[in-house]
Design a protein around this ligand. Structure first.
Ligand code: MRU
Length: 353
């Protein structure tokens, strides 16, 4: 029997309003936020109410429209400079996921193209809304295509380990790393997923375990430090994760802990796959060393479970992401197909296709 997947949507444009599912409240509460100004959009991204590289990009794109829709510009030039100013502001919300900058650049370009085509300020604003909606609709198609390519690497009954949430909640639909899990489930395959809890913010426990369980997929939650044990038990035939940014040489930034998993996968002879839309591949960043890595506040670590779990004034290091060197990456799965080493040449070729 085939099963269809009808997930919670993390970002919606409805009745002329931007509505976000507050991901910080899951899985306890399903709470939606209506955002009416750009500062709220910035805060929602910075506070992880919306998170995951593609969902951040989609939200920021709507954020540009929300920011300028009631801007009473006298001229097209004034509107264009306001669009750029608001895009620059939204770009300061988080540094690592390149999808944020990719989406904001698209919005600015769309405004400039509309202006160059002689459109009025009102028409330019409508073009901006349309662009944000297109970014969202495209992301759904892209994730499904990633899932179809990734599925060629999967088989019925297989055990798969994932980290963080590169799921439907992090994208328009399907997720990136989770897309083959949903598609396998649609086909009636039984894929056994192990979801790392993903300290310190627990995206794996709160979000991945939640959304896969809701979809009826066989998912087992493990603490991050259990991955080696699960691999040595022989329960995992592939690791698949998402990414916030792939550098031109194939180094991969993703949620903190991903690098360790890649090393573990190599030690156990398990393939390590990265699901990456082209919007997450940044050919202007030569290697992982140049990817800006966000550091977040100490309280995420010291008050991780809603209570104090460390002594007062303890020194804390809390990078939100790490970089997996390309030599640990078995393949990068994109909407245009599966890319293997040598990454510099093969990633470049993807954009020329
Ligand atoms: O800090 P987050 O929750 O935004 O981090 C998210 C991740 O690391 C995801 O794996 C990545 O953005 C890919 S989402 C398809």
């Amino acid at each position: 029997m085939t099963k269809t997947y009808e997930p919670l949507q993390s970002v919606r444009w409805e009745n002329d309003e931007l509505i976000l599912l507050d991901q910080t409240k899951l899985p306890e509460q399903t709470e939606f936020l209506t955002l009416s100004d750009v500062k709220q959009v910035w805060e929602a991204i910075e506070r992880l109410k919306v998170r995951g590289a593609p969902a951040i990009g989609i939200t920021a794109a709507y954020g540009v429209y929300v920011a300028v829709r009631s801007f009473a510009s006298a001229t097209v030039d004034e509107l264009l400079s306001e669009v750029k100013k608001q895009a620059d502001y939204l770009a300061t919300s988080r540094p690592t996921a390149v999808n944020l900058f990719w989406a904001l650049n698209r919005m600015v370009r769309r405004a400039e193209e509309s202006a160059a085509a002689g459109q009025s300020p009102a028409q330019i604003k409508q073009a901006l809304l349309k662009e944000a909606q297109e970014i969202q609709a495209e992301d759904e198609r892209v994730c499904r295509a990633i899932g179809e390519h990734a599925l060629t690497l999967f088989s019925d009954g297989m055990g798969v380990l994932t980290h963080c949430n590169a799921g439907g909640l992090a994208t328009a639909k399907y997720g990136t790393a989770t897309a083959p899990m949903y598609l396998a489930h649609e086909k009636g395959w039984n894929i056994k997923v192990f979801a790392d809890e993903t300290r310190p913010v627990l995206q794996g426990a709160r979000l991945t375990a939640y959304e896969l369980q809701q979809a009826g997929i066989d998912v087992t939650l493990i603490c991050d430090n259990m991955a080696a044990k699960v691999m040595s038990n022989g329960w995992v035939q592939a690791v698949i994760v998402g990414t916030d940014r792939v550098a031109a040489n194939g180094d991969v930034a993703n949620k903190i802990g991903t690098y360790g998993l890649a090393v573990l996968a190599r030690a156990h002879n398990i393939p390590f796959y990265v699901a990456a839309p082209l919007s997450s591949i940044d050919l202007t960043t030569p290697t992982g060393k140049e990817i800006p890595i966000e550091e977040r506040e100490a309280e995420e670590v010291t008050r991780g479970f809603g209570r104090q779990v460390a002594p007062n004034d303890i020194k804390v290091y809390n990078p939100a992401f790490d970089v997996t060197p390309n030599e640990y990456v078995t393949a990068i799965i994109t909407e245009k197909g599966i890319v293997r080493a040598p990454y510099r040449e093969n990633l470049q070729a993807l954009f020329e296709k």
